[in-house]
Design a protein around this ligand. Structure first.
Ligand code: SF4
Length: 388
């Protein structure tokens, strides 16, 4: 079938998009048609009115790492003079600042640090839970959980059980990048396999933890690889919902950031236009993801990598969430992205100017009381007519 027949039949019958059809849409459909369809689907799933956002803080507790991903400028190997590992006091002081602005969640990630035993993690979480009882603790991506398991001799499930008992709520979706073996082997050969990332997430979901799924793209992979990444997440989501009644809250994609890092040094000569992705390709990816994920409720726009104005376009082409304030971030920003925090006012302003009502949420996407936005603008009432 042609792209237009696939899109028409998918939208009319509301059927699941097969990977084969998604690849045809990715390759051939005009961006406007994809965005119109994704916007319609987003309104069916999330309603016409609201776009959510989260007040949170990213905390990168250690930059010691042995994994050496080619796109990463944040990590330092063990013994390097610029390594750091933060104490409970330092991290708690950052959460005090978050609480002062009404924050509800920390997203704490770091390197795979072989010098830290399980006690560092459980004592840290236990202490933060006691000092900050209302803050959701979403901490340690699957590769860090694998690293703790390696150091301690525990299984990854046992590590998760220890952390949950200490007070941890969920896992960030970090480290998924591309869940396709040959791409992953090229960009981060020492990182766990796609199977391992999915297994750790499944274990977290089996314990009732909050999880999200991410996707960094633009490593020179094909559109079929991008759809394969989505397929693996969609399949796990089916399985986790059936088995545990719990799955990924959301899908968040962004193009790899290349400016300052070693991988960026490969972005020269004939590769110059092949790595990373610009706004139009990003918006295509967001639209495809909204159409593909019939079992993940929320699609997040990535303002830190694309800027607030492209994020606004994403909100009109499939995304229903504007992400979070972040307050600080050191991993992606080390690769050259400059703006890595936004005030609540900035996020609200971007949402209102895109035609939606901003709503605060927590990490489980439960809606919270929301201050009235400063920006006053008449909202879009009717979506644009579907054309494909
Ligand atoms: S992306 Fe994460 S796992 Fe990879 S080198 Fe950087 S800190 Fe380590």
């Amino acid at each position: 079938m042609s792209w237009s027949e696939i899109l028409s039949s998918h939208m009319q019958a509301n059927t699941r998009l097969s990977p084969e059809d998604a690849i045809i849409l990715y390759n051939d459909a005009p961006l406007h048609s994809l965005r119109t369809a994704a916007n319609k689907r987003r309104k069916q799933i999330n309603g016409n009115q609201e776009v959510t956002y989260l007040i949170d803080r990213n905390i990168n507790y250690t930059n010691v790492c042995t994994i050496n991903c080619q796109f990463c400028s944040f990590y330092r190997p063990p013994g390097h003079e610029e390594t750091y590992t933060q104490t409970v006091e330092q991290i708690s002081a950052r959460i005090d600042e978050l609480e002062e602005i009404g924050g509800v969640r920390i997203l704490m990630q770091g390197g795979v640090n072989p010098e830290l035993g399980i006690d560092y993690y459980t004592d840290l979480i236990h202490e933060l839970r006691n000092r900050h009882p209302t803050i959701d603790l979403d901490c340690f991506s699957p590769i860090e959980i694998e690293g703790i398991a390696d150091v301690t001799g525990l299984t990854t499930l046992q590590v998760l059980e220890h952390l949950q008992k200490a007070g941890m709520h969920g896992l960030p979706g970090g480290g998924a990048e591309m869940l396709v073996d040959n791409i992953r082997k090229d960009v981060s050969p020492k990182k766990g396999s796609p199977d391992n990332w999915l297994r750790v997430m499944s274990e977290a979901q089996s314990l009732g933890m909050t999880t999200s799924a991410t996707n960094v793209f633009g490593f020179g992979e094909s559109n079929a690889d991008r759809v394969e990444h989505m397929r693996r997440i969609r399949d796990l989501q089916d399985e986790s919902i059936a088995k545990f009644g719990n799955g990924f809250t959301s899908f968040i994609a962004w193009p790899v950031q290349l400016e300052n890092n070693t991988y960026g040094k490969r972005n020269r000569g004939r590769n110059r236009f092949e790595l990373g992705a610009g706004p139009s390709e990003y918006l295509r990816h967001v639209a495809i993801s909204r159409l593909f994920f019939d079992n993940i409720e929320h699609i997040q726009a990535s303002w830190p990598t694309m800027g607030l104005s492209v994020a606004q376009m994403a909100l009109l082409g499939g995304a229903d969430d504007a992400g979070s304030t972040m307050m600080e971030e050191n991993v992606v920003s080390a690769s050259g992205t400059e703006k890595m925090s936004a005030s609540e006012n900035e996020l609200q302003d971007a949402i209102v100017r895109a035609g939606f009502v901003p709503r605060r949420r927590n990490s489980r996407y439960e809606l919270l009381d929301t201050p009235e936005p400063n920006t006053k603008l008449e909202r879009l009432v009717a979506p644009p007519p579907a054309q494909f």
